[in-house]
Design a protein around this ligand. Structure first.
Ligand code: PEP
Ligand code: MN
Length: 263
């Protein structure tokens, strides 16, 4: 169903002012985790002012260690909804288990499936039963074939609004947190009508590398970016090292606009 042979025209996902696909590039920005009302409202206004139309923020966090901050859970979802009320930004947030899908549907505009859950087939089917757009992240050890088959699990349930997101894969290389393979953008465009979004924050793990990889992803023809932005990255409760300051985000958006205009 994801193949261009079944549907040659690109799928365009639109929710509120966030449009991803076709000739539209949508930018989703915000903190790794929702941490407080002050934090999420401040960063939501900042990313909106710089041109983002989607707000990211994890309320249920898939942390490598069970002793790390696990997210604000439903309180975090309420804060995301408040930020949406104030800014109009579309809320993109992760759902980790089929048990939470109904809850997430009350607050989210886009359901994010995290990289660790790309092959959690019951979760894929559960979000496939909803009619909310789904941002599906590539598993760090998944081939493109496996990635596309994971998308089929969602499409097969009748939900056509699937956004593919490459956030880097695990390789022998250690200079970056993951290895971000940008060739997946043109490759996936040859194979599928689904839009392709790049996450240079998780893809590199290093804030200074994020702006140039954003420009490169735009040049490669991506349909959107998802980026971590924190009002004070040094104090972030998760992923501070890869989070842009609001100022760096605004500069990155300027550069991306120039790259897009040159295409
Ligand atoms: C995230 O977006 O904060 C996240 C946990 O991403 P990933 O699933 O790609 O690791
Ligand atoms: Mn993160």
């Amino acid at each position: 169903v994801a193949s261009k042979e079944t549907k040659p025209e690109p799928t365009v996902v639109k929710t509120r002012d966030l449009t991803i696909g076709g000739s539209h590039v949508g930018v989703i920005a915000g903190p790794c985790s929702v941490e407080s009302e002050e934090q999420i409202l401040q960063v939501a206004h900042q990313v909106k002012a710089a041109g983002a139309t989607g707000l990211r923020g994890g309320a249920f966090k898939p942390r490598t260690s069970p002793y790390s901050f696990q997210g604000m859970k439903e309180d975090g979802l309420k804060l995301l909804a408040l930020a949406r009320e104030e800014t109009g930004l579309a809320v993109v947030t992760e759902v980790m288990t089929p048990h939470h899908v109904d809850l997430l549907c009350q607050y989210a505009d886009v359901l994010q499936i995290g990289a660790r859950n790309m092959q959690n087939y019951h979760l894929l089917q559960a979000v496939g039963e909803t009619r909310l757009p789904v941002l599906l992240k590539r598993g760090p050890a998944a081939s493109i074939e496996e990635f596309l088959l994971a998308a089929e699990y969602i499409l097969d349930q009748g939900n056509q609004q699937v956004i593919l997101c490459d956030r880097g894969i695990r390789t022998f290389e250690t200079h970056t947190r993951f290895t971000l393979p940008l060739a997946t953008v043109p490759y996936l465009h040859e194979r599928t009508h689904l839009p392709v979004v790049i996450d240079p924050s998780h893809g590199t793990g290093v804030a200074s590398l994020v702006p140039p990889m954003c420009a490169a992803a735009i040049a490669a023809g991506c349909d959107g970016l998802i980026l971590e932005v924190h009002p004070d990255p040094s104090r972030a409760m998760s992923d501070g090292a890869q989070s842009l300051t609001p100022e760096a985000f605004a500069e990155t958006m300027e550069t991306c606009r120039k790259v897009a205009a040159a295409l």
